[in-house]
Design a protein around this ligand. Structure first.
Ligand code: K7E
Ligand code: CUA
Ligand code: CA
Length: 643
């Protein structure tokens, strides 16, 4: 197929032919076909695409991606790593990958899953081995203060094992992982931005987590799917303990939170509570489910909860049946068209926008009206919908430029559509002259998430938009059957979107955030006090025996370890503690032991430990694996295991 990146025509008459897909079967077919073939055959099932026109240089924006050697990026990007279960840190606009922060899956560079400290965070079985070595991270979002990022934390989900990880943004490390009880398919995640009750708490204290799959509660292996339920979970941002859960009808997909802290919401594509995709598509409308945070926490405080299985977490009842009276309701189910996907909060704080997925629409829900309904001042909850407009085929996620425009990925059309929220509201209210679609751009190909610089904050700046395309097809050199995916950068500073760059990415691209570099103040040298096991003076080094348990204490200072050799006996359980006493930025050492599955690094002033059985007699040259000094290759110590 051809690989043009030309802009589509602004001719909206062609657009009018893209009709609402109002049968479940057709929608399912179209989605399936496009997902496994190319854009042309996807389009064969869909109404004709807008005719292509040559790119118009006159409308080109002013942003560029190329940085001169030595020039620093102006934005950080935090990216979920997909199957690799880590968080990627990018510099934007260059798109250069600066770091990978391991979370859910072992990492060979830093020794994540090898050191005792990282294993404790990841979670182990009674025999000390890792509980999980697979992960699937989709969503990452950072902590807020005053509606902007405050540089404390970011969170990321593992869909496979229902885990949430926290990243400390001072050291760019994962410091806690919590597994959510009684849920499966933990997908959407979003920190709150303020406390619903206390205005002094204008920063993140909670993280909300949606569970996409429904299961028996407790999970007893029941076959009858009508008994399965899903839950919405609140995790404490500081302690990372699970605070409470809400039992719901339907399921959770993506999650959003309001700037005033009063509301959180999750899109639901399975209000049918089906167990097959045909069942899950049988209703014409699903829901965007709102949670009244203050009321939920009051109910927990008042003891109006139960617990499920062995979990002690309070579970309140958020089902339809229990929440009919708006004045006491904990939840509100706003109806949105068939099988929606993303839900995103506009930076003006007024709206949540639901992307239609199987419906070619975006639904704009006004938050003030949802609050009115909870107060008994809005008779029909669905009157909170202030726009529901056609934008294209397969809408998935929406980003914002802070100038009133929304940008939504169209999976089936392989496009990003730029549309104006106010114009959409006017159109919905009956002003058929209101032109809400502003621009469209082809992307390569089948985009999922997108996000714009500062888009998820009140400081959305409308400069850059990144798009995670699920298929790269012909954009890169072929490398066998597995293709790189394609992340693209688009300039959104002008009237028309301009494609700036393609970047290959290992599967699979999901969510990310982009924010100004000034918002972070990373530290490049640890403090010894961060580590209880720190060996603060090389004189403390040595071999300390307690029966068959041996502790080896060592420090590193380029180009030497504090012990030139150390002796243990065959069969000993050895715990080796290494503190890097070098204080210079960028002076990292590694420590590898041949035949013992040990390799990890210690950054400046960091302490790490490993525990292993010395099960083979012999001499083992432990060596520094991280280039540190002209004498790096000589930086070694001997482990002598006596028979
Ligand atoms: Cu759309 Cu898991 Cu965020 Cu990926 S989900 S695309
Ligand atoms: Cu120390 Cu290389
Ligand atoms: Ca559905």
């Amino acid at each position: 197929m051809k690989s043009d990146s030309s802009l589509p025509s602004k001719d909206t008459t062609a657009w009018g032919r893209r009709r609402f897909l109002n049968t479940a079967a057709l929608a399912g077919l179209t989605m399936g076909a496009a997902a496994c073939t190319d854009k042309e055959s996807g389009a064969a099932n869909a109404p004709a695409a807008a005719p292509a026109a040559a790119p118009d240089a006159a409308h080109a924006g002013t942003n560029a991606t190329h940085l001169k050697p030595g020039e620093l990026d102006t934005y950080y990007g935090l990216w979920s790593g997909g199957h690799t279960g880590d968080m990627r840190v990018l510099g934007l606009p260059s798109g250069r990958e600066l770091m990978r922060i391991p979370c859910f899956v072992p990492d060979a560079l830093v020794g994540w899953g090898i050191t005792n400290e990282s294993k404790k965070i990841m979670g182990t079985k009674p025999d000390g081995s890792l509980r999980y070595t697979v992960g699937d991270s989709h969503h990452t979002h950072a902590s807020y203060k005053d509606g902007n990022y405050d540089g404390r934390y970011a969170w990321i989900n593992d869909k496979i094992n229902a885990r949430i990880a926290r990243i400390r943004l001072d050291y760019f490390i994962c410091d806690k992982i919590t597994q959510l009880p009684n849920v499966q398919g933990f997908h959407g995640i979003f920190p709150d931005k303020a406390d619903p009750v206390d205005p002094a708490i204008n920063y993140t204290t909670r993280v909300f987590c949606g569970a996409e799959f429904s299961i028996p509660l407790p999970n007893t292996g029941v076959d009858d799917g009508t008994q399965y339920r899903s839950m919405f979970t609140c995790v404490d941002a500081e302690s990372m303990e699970v605070r409470w859960q809400v039992l719901i009808d339907g399921n959770c997909d993506l999650t959003a939170t309001s700037y005033d802290g009063k509301l959180a919401a999750t899109n639901q594509y399975n209000i049918e509570m089906g167990v097959t995709y045909e069942d899950m598509m049988s209703s014409e409308r699903d829901a965007c489910l709102f949670f009244n945070i203050a009321r939920i926490e009051a109910a927990v405080k008042a003891g109006k909860f139960k617990t499920v299985g062995t979990s002690k977490v309070p579970v309140v009842d958020g089902t339809h049946e229990a929440n009919k009276d708006p004045k006491t309701a904990l939840t509100a189910y706003v109806s949105v068209p068939k099988n929606p996907h993303g839900v995103n909060a506009s930076p003006d704080g007024k709206y949540f926008i639901c992307a239609g997925k199987l419906s070619p629409t975006a639904t704009v829900i006004e938050l003030a009206k949802v609050l009115d309904w909870f107060d008994g001042k809005l008779e029909k909850l669905d009157a909170a919908i202030v726009a529901e407009v056609e934008i294209g085929l397969g809408p998935l996620h929406t980003a914002f430029d802070g100038r009133g425009n929304a940008y939504t990925t169209l999976f089936l059309d392989s496009q990003v559509v730029k549309w104006n929220v106010d114009a959409a509201i006017k159109f919905h209210a009956g002003d058929k002259a209101a032109k809400y679609v502003v621009d469209r751009i082809d992307v390569q190909y089948q985009p999922g998430h997108l996000n714009a610089s500062q888009s998820e904050t009140k400081a959305a700046d409308g400069k850059y938009l990144a798009v995670g395309c699920k298929f790269s097809k012909d954009r890169f050199l072929p490398v066998g059957p597995l293709h790189a995916e394609n992340e693209q950068l688009i300039d959104i500073s002008g009237d028309k979107m301009v494609l700036l760059a393609d970047h290959p990415v290992r599967g699979e691209p999901h969510d990310f955030i982009i924010f100004k570099r000034e918002l972070l103040q990373p530290k490049q040298v640890y403090s010894l006090d961060e580590f209880p096991l720190a060996i603060k003076d090389p004189k403390e080094s040595g071999v300390f025996r307690n029966g068959k348990k041996v502790t080896v204490k060592m420090t590193s200072q380029a180009p030497a370890f504090s012990l030139r050799e150390f002796k243990v006996k065959k069969g000993d359980e050895v715990t080796l503690i290494l503190t890097n006493l070098d204080k210079i930025e960028d002076l990292t050492h590694g420590f590898a032991i041949p035949n013992h599955n040990v390799n990890f690094i210690v950054n400046p002033q960091e302490t790490a430990s490993v525990t292993f059985i010395a099960d083979q007699p012999g001499v083992f040259w432990c060596y520094c694996t991280h280039f540190c000094h002209a004498l790096h290759l000589e930086m070694r110590t001997r482990m002598i295991v006596e028979a």
